[in-house]
Design a binder for this molecule. Structure first.
Ligand code: KIV
Ligand code: ZN
Length: 504
């Protein structure tokens, strides 16, 4: 019989630990809803002890998400566990995920604890968590570099104490598939009681082996994979959800395993997460890279035209990627046609999301007659949060040229008041940003600015992503427009509004 593998998504916890990623509650909730739509089994919503914002987002996600289990991470410390429980206690299905490091390096240098002390803490933590919640996951941090006999001992003890899931992370991405598989097998064969719990794999990608290690772990008897969309996570990231899920889907007959993930949602969620985090995936990234389904050489193109399976083992449709740029909507298309168009292309939105996407679409058609599928997809997946718009662009004017001083004037609304400022700069974008800084009365630290066209062709929409820094936190702003100056100004204002929102 085929074995169901559980998918534990940690985009909102380990993924958020990616350098330069800082999500607000609204963005986390949008992502959680998309993960629920993707039908992942568990959403690790955050680490409540890490910050007030983390606690509040786990709390909010727990209240709103009904289908997936919500996990909250905590150290093996009572006050962390209390807070983790507080954040998930209203969920339909909640999990306390407690961890302590078990490798000699971590125990000596980080914890300054002996093996006996670590075991004692782990047992205490699981017993304490069990008072509140039946579903308790125990992670042995840096498990792969731990002494296996010690690991088996600690796992036996925490299972006796009531743990329902045992996680065996390769925290620093040191494993090689064959060795990781053997490691998992040895633990499963020698740990008393392990047959009654889920065994989980959590792999980091430092050597580029996270997906291979996770699959090897599953084939060696594990039943849960911890992963993140687009492989986000600490350093080189975590196992990419889209890769393990599609590897299992593509080879399910040979591997005799399956997941419950709705693979058709993969492309959309990957795009949405790139837009929200400002981290684009590389073009040749497996499954969700722009080139993942592009056939460049003549021989390949000829083969695919004759029979797709000559060079395609995964179809774009199976991950919800529609390649139809001939389908366009225009100025006269109404809400109903827009909704139908999305549905026919496998995109279903909630009433709110539809309204927001439709308004954006309509705004685009003021300037651009026809909007292609790729552009509509970008509109739908663009960073949409019900963010309080402290500042709003009304108009701008630019005087620019290579032999003149660039000047931009911006007209911006704040609390129903119109503010007008001008500034000069080295180029149009820099003068516009300086004019905005004058409007808000503050110098902003610009960390990154990027622009890309959504389709080929000179009338394509452009997407601008701007990152700014305040108090060591990064705020990502983005905007889409047929006019790149407008997109640049709006992306900068969007990042500033997020920064202000985080202070309130
Ligand atoms: O990589 C790791 O070990 C972790 C644990 C906290 C599960 O993220
Ligand atoms: Zn991790």
């Amino acid at each position: 019989m085929s074995r169901r593998i559980k998918i534990f998504d940690t985009t909102l916890r380990d993924g958020e630990q990616s350098p330069g990623v800082n999500l607000n509650i609204k963005e986390k909730l949008i992502i959680a809803k998309k993960l629920e739509g993707l039908k992942v089994d568990v959403i690790e919503a955050g680490f409540p002890m890490a910050s007030k914002g983390d606690f509040e987002s786990v709390l909010k996600i727990s209240q709103e998400i009904k289908e997936s289990t919500i996990a909250a991470l905590c150290r093996a410390v009572k006050k962390d566990i209390d807070l983790a429980y507080e954040s998930i206690k209203n969920s339909n299905s909640g999990r306390i995920h407690t961890f302590i490091a078990t490798s000699p390096i971590h125990m000596k240098y980080k914890l300054n604890m002996s093996e006996d002390q670590v075991i004692e803490n782990a047992i205490e933590a699981v017993k304490y968590s069990k008072k509140f919640c039946n579903d308790v996951e125990f992670s042995a941090e840096d498990a792969y570099r731990s002494n296996i006999k010690f690991l088996i001992k600690i796992f036996e003890e925490v299972i006796k104490a009531g743990a329902t899931v045992i996680n065996i992370p390769d925290t620093v991405g040191y494993a090689i598939p064959k060795f990781y598989g053997d490691f998992i097998k040895e633990i499963i064969s020698n740990t008393k009681g392990i047959e009654n719990v889920d065994v989980s794999v959590h792999c980091h990608n430092d050597l580029g082996m996270a997906t291979a290690n996770s699959i090897e772990g599953i084939l060696s008897g594990a039943s849960q994979i911890e992963c993140a969309i687009n492989g986000l996570g600490e350093r080189a990231g975590n196992t990419a959800l889209e890769e393990v899920v599609m590897a299992i889907e593509t080879r399910k007959k040979d591997l005799n395993i399956y997941t419950a993930v709705n693979t058709k949602g993969i492309w959309g969620i990957s795009k949405a997460i790139s837009s929200i985090t400002g981290i684009q995936v590389q073009p040749n990234k497996a499954i969700v890279g722009e080139n993942a389904f592009v056939h460049e050489s003549g021989i390949h193109q000829d083969g695919v035209l004759k029979e797709k399976s000559t060079y395609e083992i995964v179809t774009p449709e199976s991950i919800g990627k529609i390649n139809n740029n001939n389908l366009v909507l225009g100025k006269h298309s109404g809400r109903h046609a827009f909704d139908n168009y999305l549905r026919n292309n496998g995109i279903t939105l909630s009433a709110e999301e539809l309204e927001e996407a439709f308004l954006k679409f309509k705004k685009m058609t003021d300037k651009k007659k026809n909007i292609s599928y790729k552009e509509i997809e970008a509109i739908v997946n663009s960073n949409t949060t019900d963010l309080k718009e402290t500042y709003k662009l009304i108009s701008y004017q630019v005087y620019s040229g290579n032999k003149m001083i660039c000047t931009t004037t911006v007209e911006i609304e704040k609390n129903n008041k119109i503010l007008i400022e001008s500034a000069v700069g080295d180029g149009p974008v820099s003068s516009a940003f300086k004019a905005i800084e004058r409007t808000i009365g503050k110098k902003v630290r610009l960390k990154d600015y990027s622009i890309k066209s959504i389709t080929d062709g000179d009338d394509s929409l452009g997407e601008v992503i701007v990152k700014i820094e305040e108090n060591n936190k990064i705020f990502v702003g983005s905007s889409l427009s047929g006019d790149v100056m407008e997109a640049s100004i709006n992306a900068f204002i969007n990042a500033i509004n997020k920064m202000i929102d985080s202070l309130n």
